[in-house]
Design a protein around this ligand. Structure first.
Ligand SMILES: Nc1ncnc2c1ncn2[C@@H]1O[C@H](COP(=O)(O)OP(=O)(O)OP(=O)(O)O)[C@@H](O)[C@H]1O
Length: 418
């Protein structure tokens, strides 16, 4: 047998399980789509159109519904000579202010007309807004402006105040901007200043989490396309749907789970995606999530984690907060980093407990001694060390902890043990 053989043919076409795949139809969102359609209807009628605000947790279909509605709207407006529609889409994922969003919008508008981009610095905010208004006016008609993940601008929300009022304030004459704001941060919505909320969220559409039945109905058509006949056991899709519904209600999570289960099936050289594969896939994705959670900690967070890993390597867990804090202070001085108060360290620990990285025990030592906390890792020491070894400042310490743990035979456990 050669080194490469054709795969056992689990996947017929992996694309429907890809993040960028656009499904033929949107399932289980009839009510939301109907509201959406009503909100966009005035565009076809050439009437003033309200701004729209979509909100709901991640993976609940806000983006896919918007793409779907806009592509229908674009098609259908083509029937009417007197409707002139343009759409512009900006993802605010890496933008943290109104200024940056305005620059991105200008460049998106200019790009579509083969004009030069403007630089992201060197203009005053007012100047950028003026250029934006000029570009919009030059387009004319109705311009639907989608601001995806708009919550990233935090309270730098001038653009959400200025843009909806551009016409009534006389900054533009020939264009009707319609803003579609999308957010998965409920706090952002609740904290919008009243003046912004009035105009931005004239029409609000909430996208609730999916339940298991809905997720099944979203997964089924994709599963049918993605896998060869008879590859999926009857349990596979329902179990993916159930896991994702229990956890987040996110369609993205359900789809990822199914793909991961398929990949594990392929790797195991098996030709049926069983319940067991789905469970393994769930474990695998959870592990990735924890790993990312660890990577994203701040330097202080890493130092606290490092201190706890040290006690774990010494087999001195659960460890009392006082001892852990002492170790943490030593680690900071070794790293030439400032240390923070014991109270702040406890905050870090409680965050890590929320992330599922550590266990926290409350002890009560009789009336006189009072209460205190003890901590231990809730993830394998091995995976903590992997993260620390990858974090430049901690590499040396991680090596020391690793050999300490080796001396104590504490690194035998494989990641798959938990
Ligand atoms: N009702 C649905 N029917 C079909 N596919 C869906 C549906 N809802 C979500 N999906 C799919 O789930 C994935 C996530 O959906 P989408 O990106 O629209 O979520 P979102 O609410 O915009 O989340 P985020 O805020 O994280 O961007 C996409 O692959 C999308 O195609």
């Amino acid at each position: 047998m050669g080194m490469f053989q054709r795969d056992r043919q689990v996947f017929a076409d992996a694309e429907p399980l890809d993040d960028s795949y656009e499904p033929e139809d949107i399932r289980e969102r009839d009510e939301e789509l109907e509201k959406y359609q009503r909100a966009l209807q005035p565009i076809i009628d050439n009437r003033p159109t309200s701004n729209i605000f979509l909100y709901g947790k991640t993976g609940t279909g806000k983006t896919v519904a918007t793409k779907y509605m806009l592509s229908h709207l674009e098609n259908d407006t083509a029937e009417y000579d007197d409707v002139h529609l343009s759409t512009v889409w900006v993802s605010c994922e890496n933008l943290s202010s109104s200024y940056q969003v305005a620059v991105a919008l200008v460049n998106e508008l200019r790009n579509s007309q083969d004009k030069d981009r403007i630089s992201a610095t060197g203009y005053s905010q007012q100047r950028v807004f003026d250029i934006l208004y000029e570009e919009l006016d030059a387009l004319g008609g109705t311009v639907v402006i989608v601001l995806d993940e708009i919550d990233n601008i935090g309270n730098s929300d001038d653009i959400l105040y200025g843009l909806p009022r551009a016409r009534s304030n006389g900054y533009v004459d020939d264009v009707r901007p319609v803003i579609v704001g999308i957010s998965n941060d409920f706090q952002f919505r609740d904290n919008l200043s009243p003046k912004v909320k009035d105009t931005l969220a004239e029409k609000e559409i909430l996208f609730p989490p999916y339940d298991a039945n809905q997720l099944r109905s979203i997964l089924n058509p994709r599963a049918e396309k993605a896998f060869h006949d008879d590859v999926l056991s009857d349990d596979a899709v329902p179990l993916c749907a159930a896991f994702a519904a229990q956890d987040t209600g996110s369609a993205r999570q359900a789809i990822r789970l199914l793909r991961e289960a398929g990949e594990l099936t392929q790797a195991a050289d098996s030709d049926t995606v069983t319940e067991e594969h789905v469970r393994e896939a769930q474990d695998e994705l959870e592990k990735n999530q924890l790993y990312e959670g660890m990577q994203e900690l701040t330097t202080q967070g890493h130092a606290v984690l490092c201190a706890l890993a040290y006690h774990q390597a010494l087999d001195e867990v659960p460890v009392r907060s006082r001892d852990l804090y002492e170790r943490y202070v030593k680690i900071c001085s070794r790293l030439d980093a400032d240390s923070v108060s014991e109270r702040r360290v406890r905050d870090h620990l409680s965050d890590m407990n929320m992330l599922g990285l550590i266990n926290l025990f409350e002890r009560n030592e009789g009336l006189s001694a009072g209460r205190y906390h003890e901590y231990e890792l809730d993830v394998p020491l091995k995976s903590v060390l992997e993260v620390l070894l990858d974090t430049t400042r901690f590499e040396e310490l991680a090596n020391i902890i690793q050999s300490t743990a080796d001396d104590n035979n504490l690194l035998q456990s494989d990641i798959s043990d938990y």
